[in-house]
Ligand binder design. Structure first.
Ligand code: PLP
Length: 415
C-alpha cells in the first residue's frame, strides 16, 4: 500500500472485526480506560510483557547466553519485517530524538548549504539541524504551514543545489496532517538530497512505504503507535544513505571488530585498541547504546509480534475509520476540527478545539482524563488543540464515550 493511496473512505475497507477484537484483548488497559493517546504514549500489549518476563527469566538463569543470544538481532529483524525492508537497513534505536541527532551529525554542512524543514515540527526534528546549521553557518529553511497543511510543492520549492537534507515528520504531531512524502521523496531523489523522516506518528498506525517515498533515513521510537513499553525503536537507513554518510563517532558495539569478532581480538595478547576502526556497511552504523538493552529489545520484539499478528493494513484501515468517526462526531457537536480532513492526509490523529482558548482545550482534556478518557492538548506555532489518537486497541465504543463526554462538557460549559 502506498503512503498516498491510503483512503479512509475506500469501499470494502472495514477491517476484520474478529481480528481487531482479538487484538484489543492483547492490551489489558484497553478495557480499563478509554485510551485515545497513542500519539503520546501508546498502550503496551501482553505479548510485550510476556516477552520481557521470558527475557528476565533467561537473564536470571544465564546472563551471558541471554546477552549474546540474539534478542537484539530478532528485534531488528522484526522491525525490518514490519517496515517491509531488508534487515541490514534497520538498526535498533533508543529513541527518535537520539537518532535524529545521528542523522544531523552524519550529514556534512558548510556555510552556504541549507536544510529544509517546516514550522509544525516537533522539537526533536528541528533541534539537531538548528544547532548544526548555527554551528556551520548553513541556513535552515522553514516552510510555513498553510492552515495546518504542509504542502509538498512548498517543500520542493525550497530545494536547490545547496540543499543538503530535507527533514520532516511523516505525520505532524499536533494536528495529524500526513505529508505527501512520495512527491517530496521524488524531488529529493532527483536532486540527490537525503530525505530524513521522523516516522513516530505514522509507523504502527498506517503503513509507510519507505522505498516508494524515497526515504533515506527514518527515525522511529517504539513507545507510541508501536506499543512498546520501553525505550526502544528503530532507525532505517537506505543503502544509498548508509553508503554516503557515517556518524562522526565510532564506539565499540558499532565499530567493525579488527579481527573478525571482538572475542578473537580480546583474547589476542597483542591486541591494541589504537587503530583506525571502520563502521559497519548498513544501518548498524547508526545504532547507539543498544549493546546490553536486551529487555527493551525483547519488549520491542513482543510489541511488533502483536502488531504483525493483526497486520499493518488491517490496523491502518481500522485507525482511519475510527479517526473519521471522531472527526464526524466532533463536527456534529459543532466543534472546530483543526486536523485537515482530506483523505490523502489523514492519520490516526484528530485534533479539535474545545473553545476559543488553549485553557478550554486543557480544561476539557483534564475533564476527560478525570473520567478515564485519555487525550492530550498539544500545540506548535498556534496549530493544535485537544489531540485524539485512535489505535488498533480502540473500538467504536471508545469513540462514542469520548463524544458523549465531550458533548456533556460542552453543554455544561455553556450552561
Ligand atoms: C513527532 C515526534 N517526534 C519525536 C517524539 C519524541 O520521541 P522519542 O521520545 O522517541 O525521542 C515525539 C513525541 O512526542 C513526537 O511527537
Amino acid at each position: 500500500v502506498s503512503n498516498e493511496s491510503y483512503d479512509s473512505r475506500a469501499p470494502g475497507s472495514i477491517a476484520s472485526h474478529s481480528d481487531l477484537c482479538a487484538a484489543r484483548d492483547l492490551f489489558p488497559a484497553a478495557t480499563t480506560q478509554v485510551h485515545l493517546n497513542a500519539a503520546g504514549i501508546g498502550l503496551s500489549s501482553s505479548r510485550a510483557s510476556d516477552a520481557v518476563m521470558r527475557c528476565l527469566d533467561s537473564l536470571e538463569r544465564d546472563p551471558d547466553a541471554t546477552h549474546h543470544g540474539g534478542t537484539a538481532d530478532r528485534a531488528r529483524a522484526k522491525a525490518a519485517k514490519f517496515l517491509g525492508v531488508e534487515p541490514h537497513t534497520v538498526a535498533l534505536a533508543p529513541s527518535t530524538s537520539a537518532v535524529l541527532v545521528l542523522a544531523a551529525d552524519a550529514i556534512p554542512l558548510v556555510s552556504g548549504d541549507n536544510v529544509v524543514t517546516c514550522n509544525l515540527e516537533f522539537v526533536s526534528v528541528v533541534l539537531p539541524f538548528l544547532e548544526k546549521c548555527r554551528a556551520s553557518g548553513a541556513e535552515l529553511r522553514v516552510v510555513e504551514h498553510d492552515e495546518g497543511r504542509v504542502h509538498a510543492d512548498a517543500v520542493i520549492a525550497e530545494i536547490d543545489e545547496r540543499t543538503r537534507a530535507v527533514v520532516l515528520s511523516a505525520v505532524l504531531w499536533t494536528n495529524g496532517f500526513r505529508l505527501d512524502l512520495e512527491a517530496v521523496g521524488a524531488s529529493c531523489a532527483d536532486a540527490r538530497v537525503p530525505l530524513v523522516i521522523d516516522g513516530i506518528q505514522q509507523v504502527g498506525a498506517l503503513p509507510l512505504d519507505v522505498t516508494r517515498c524515497g526515504i533515506s533515513f527514518l527515525a522511529c521510537g517504539g513507545h507510541k503507535w508501536l506499543t512498546c513499553p520501553s525505550a526502544m525503536g528503530f532507525v532505517y537507513a537506505s543503502d544509498d544513505f548508509a553508503s554516503r554518510f557515517r556518524p562522526t563517532y565510532a564506539y565499540a558495539p558499532t565499530a567493525v571488530p579488527p579481527e573478525g569478532d571482538w572475542l578473537t581480538a580480546w583474547t589476542d595478547p597483542s591486541f591494541d585498541p589504537f587503530r583506525l576502526f571502520e563502521v559497519p556497511a548498513g544501518a548498524r552504523r547508526f545504532e547507539f547504546g543498544i549493546h546490553h538493552a536486551v529487555l527493551a529489545a525483547a519488549a520491542f520484539e513482543g510489541s511488533l509480534d502483536a502488531l504483525l499478528e493483526v497486520g499493518r493494513e488491517v490496523i491502518g484501515t481500522h485507525v482511519l475509520r475510527l479517526s473519521d468517526r471522531v472527526a464526524d462526531g466532533l463536527l456534529e457537536l459543532g466543534l472546530a476540527v483543526v486536523t485537515p480532513l482530506e483523505a490523502a492526509h489523514r492519520s490516526g490523529i484528530t485534533t479539535f478545539r474545545a473553545g476559543s482558548t488553549a485553557s478550554d482545550d486543557v480544561a476539557l482534556t483534564n475533564h476527560l482524563r478525570a473520567r478515564g478518557i485519555v487525550v492530550s492538548t498539544r500545540f506548535t506555532n498556534r496549530v493544535g488543540g485537544v489531540r485524539v489518537s485512535t489505535h488498533l486497541y480502540n473500538n467504536d465504543g471508545d469513540v462514542d464515550t469520548l463524544l458523549e463526554e465531550t458533548a456533556r462538557w460542552v453543554a455544561d460549559s455553556k450552561a
